[in-house]
Design a protein around this ligand. Structure first.
Ligand SMILES: NC(=O)c1ccc[n+]([C@@H]2O[C@H](COP(=O)([O-])OP(=O)(O)OC[C@H]3O[C@@H](n4cnc5c(N)ncnc54)[C@H](O)[C@@H]3O)[C@@H](O)[C@H]2O)c1
Length: 503
């Protein structure tokens, strides 16, 4: 077994495209020696030249010294043929995403490198086991999955295939760390961790729009303002490109044998088929100008010139978060006079279900989502047939208090509760299937997707029991297996345990 801490460890990088260049850069930045190879004539030299340019730019920006840069560039060399990779202790492959290309490469590499050298693939979607099966020593084959752009994305997933030796995984964790990345160990499973975990955010946003609960702009605004996500799911899809995220969604869905939790919607496919890929084509969920600005950005705010309510009846008495919100909205709770708006803080239940269960007047009920940050925006929801007067009076009170009202159609869990419950539930399921440790699931989702909290941390913030109640209520209302609670979440909720409690 190679020594991953060896000062003179030589790293081979095969495939010097977008990812290969990033991997070469972080390896030399980490003080390692790199030999780069590309099958395309001049490809490795061009890739290495590009890395050298980036290193020079770091000197210009005074991030590193000239001496550092010379050291890094001196550690770079171009392989004329695969044979030049013979001295490498580890080879990282970033060639085309094609199983036959990768298998042929790994077979060829085994004939070149020492028997104890590690062979790692940067594949995003091919099972490590399906690459390793053609190898004579499958125990040394693993995944080392970087994120684009590599120098800026600190996460690296270390993927343990069915045959990968534990010592190889341990060594890759050390090497990932030497590359200046934060490694998390993940089982060989469709989408690995981040590309699976990220499905909840985009597909649940799409389901909210599919059901005509809310517009993309409303979902995005609520996720930003109330959930503290850097971007909403529709902004994110348009940024990464629907030509990328639709196929990834379908691959992960199909490889999980059509698990409803991962199901996307016809709108996603329609945009893909229409070539509306997002920013890169000028149109996706939004329309863009040449500079990437959104044309005529749709508003997420409910506009009304109705007089603001001052008194309301509260149908969910004793809810502390609602009490706090009422005072911030300047609303006083009174006995029902038969005409005033009726407010209710709902958790997973839709307005219709609440009215039917409690006998509340559905014409005057205005349901409020009290979860998340309600200092800038608040989500209001009514049942079918509701009187807009009650809704507008509450919306006007919010607007007068400087809190933007987002008004949506009836939905179990509004926007934020549904989105966060789905993210948390999928995170719990990833823990249940032992994809990675609970702490690593959180770390990977925060670093790989810029989430403000990891999925299990979201369950903690919302409350484990409440998250379970929300997802269960959505499941009851919809009868859709998409919303079935993860057993990981259920057990911890029933026992009053934290979301990170190990099995
Ligand atoms: N682009 C991303 O966002 C991203 C993120 C994570 C992982 N990945 C994975 O990384 C790998 C590379 O992706 P990319 O975006 O850098 O692709 P790319 O097309 O930019 O680069 C691939 C490079 O590999 C070279 N190549 C192809 N076959 C080869 C072979 N047999 N031997 C040597 N070189 C060969 C090509 O000449 C090219 O330079 C893929 O497996 C991809 O799934 C990509």
């Amino acid at each position: 077994m190679i020594d991953p801490n060896a000062k003179d460890l030589i790293v081979g990088v095969v495939g010097c495209g977008a990812m290969g260049q990033g991997i070469i850069q972080v390896a030399v930045q980490g003080g390692l020696t790199v030999v780069a190879y590309d099958a395309k004539e001049g490809g490795a030299a061009a890739g290495v030249a590009r890395v050298a340019e980036r290193i020079d730019r770091m000197v210009e920006k005074e991030r590193i010294t000239t001496a550092d840069a010379e050291g890094m560039k001196g550690a770079l060399s171009v392989a004329g043929s695969l044979d030049d990779l013979a001295p490498c202790g580890v080879v990282v492959e970033a060639v085309f995403e094609d199983i036959d290309v990768k298998r042929a490469l790994f077979t060829a590499l085994e004939a070149v490198v020492a028997e104890d050298a590690i062979l790692a693939s940067n594949t995003s979607s091919l099972p490590i086991g399906s690459i390793a099966r053609v190898c004579e020593h499958p125990g040394r084959v693993a995944g080392l999955h970087f994120f684009n752009p590599v120098p800026l994305m600190r996460l690296v997933e270390v993927i343990q295939g069915p045959a990968t030796d534990d010592a190889v995984i341990d060594a890759l964790v050390v090497i990932g760390d030497r590359f200046g990345r934060i490694p998390v160990v993940v089982k060989d499973s469709p989408g690995f961790l981040v590309n699976l975990g990220g499905r909840a955010f985009t597909t649940e946003g799409l389901h909210l729009v599919h059901e005509a609960v809310a517009t993309p702009a409303q979902v995005d605004a609520v996720m930003r303002d109330c959930g503290h996500f850097r971007m909403g799911p529709f902004q994110l899809m348009d940024l990464t490109g629907i030509d990328v995220n639709y196929p990834v969604s379908m691959i992960v869905f199909e490889q999980f044998l059509n698990d409803a939790r991962l199901r996307t919607t016809p709108l996603h496919r329609a945009l893909f088929d229409a070539g509306r890929f997002g920013r890169k084509t000028g149109q996706g969920h939004y329309r863009y100008d040449d500079k990437g600005g959104v044309i005529d950005p749709p508003s997420a705010n409910h506009v009304t010139d109705a007089p603001a309510a001052t008194v309301v009846h509260v149908a969910t008495e004793g809810d502390a978060a609602l009490g706090d919100l009422l005072s911030r909205l300047g609303l006083s709770a009174r006995a029902d006079d038969g005409a005033m708006p009726i407010l209710a803080a709902l958790y997973g239940e839709d307005a219709s279900g609440f009215c039917a269960r409690t006998g509340t007047d559905s014409k005057r009920l205005v349901a409020i989502d009290t979860t998340g940050d309600t200092s800038k925006r608040v989500t209001l929801m009514t049942a079918p047939g509701a009187d807009p007067v009650a809704r507008d009076a509450v919306a006007a009170a919010a607007a007068a208090a400087g809190i933007a009202p987002t008004v949506i159609q009836d939905s179990p869990g509004f926007i934020l509760q549904r989105m966060r419950a789905m993210i948390a539930n999928l995170g719990c399921e990833m823990a249940q299937i032992d994809l990675a440790t609970p702490a690593d699931i959180d770390t990977a989702m925060k670093l790989g997707l810029n989430y403000p909290l990891g999925p299990l941390e979201i369950a903690e913030e919302v409350g484990v029991a409440r998250t379970y109640a929300i997802i269960s209520a959505i499941h009851d209302a919809t009868q859709d297996p998409r919303y079935r609670p993860s057993l990981w979440l259920r057990r911890r909720a029933l026992l009053g345990l934290g979301a990170h409690t190990p099995a």
